[in-house]
Design a protein around this ligand. Structure first.
Ligand code: HEM
Length: 123
């Protein structure tokens, strides 16, 4: 019968240790434990960005586009764009000035949305 308190004590110790250790277990979403920007080639605001970099970021995972000589990382817009993901996917890795201005040249909302995605100027 002495066994039951011992088992309860051991179980308690295991639960306590698990709770104590849990915060220090590295998680995939923790930016400090995984290499940053595995799919982005360059990501510094105001930087000069080459055409090659833009062309390399031509996928759903990392989508750069050029509008009026400025480079935008529009990856996040793929899932949030009110006009659907395919409109944005068509812009990846290319100069989409005409595409964007034809559709949104007059839309303040679209232009403001784009401003937030600016990462640099075309080299
Ligand atoms: C990163 C670039 C873009 C941003 C930030 C953006 C933003 C927006 C926003 C805010 C709307 C809501 C309606 C409005 O206020 O105008 C919208 C709708 C829409 N967008 Fe875009 N857009 C982008 C690129 C494009 C492109 C390249 C196309 C197609 C060539 C496109 C096609 C549409 C369509 C079809 C709608 C549905 C509503 C409408 O006809 O106005 N968008 N977009």
């Amino acid at each position: 019968m002495k066994k039951i308190p011992t088992i309860i004590f051991i179980l308690g110790a295991v639960v306590f240790l698990a709770i104590a250790i849990y915060p220090s277990i590295p998680r995939k979403s923790d930016p400090n434990t995984i290499p940053v920007a595995t799919t982005s080639i360059a990501n510094l605001s105001g930087e000069k960005i080459s055409m090659e970099t833009v062309v390399l970021n031509n996928s759903e995972e990392s989508c750069y586009t050029i509008i009026n000589g400025q480079v935008y990382d529009v990856t996040s817009a793929i899932t949030s764009h009110p006009g659907g993901k395919f409109a944005i996917l068509k812009m990846c890795g290319i100069d989409s000035t005409e595409m964007f201005t034809k559709k949104h040249g007059e839309s303040e909302k679209a232009k403001t949305g784009l401003e937030d995605l600016y990462i640099g100027d075309l080299e």
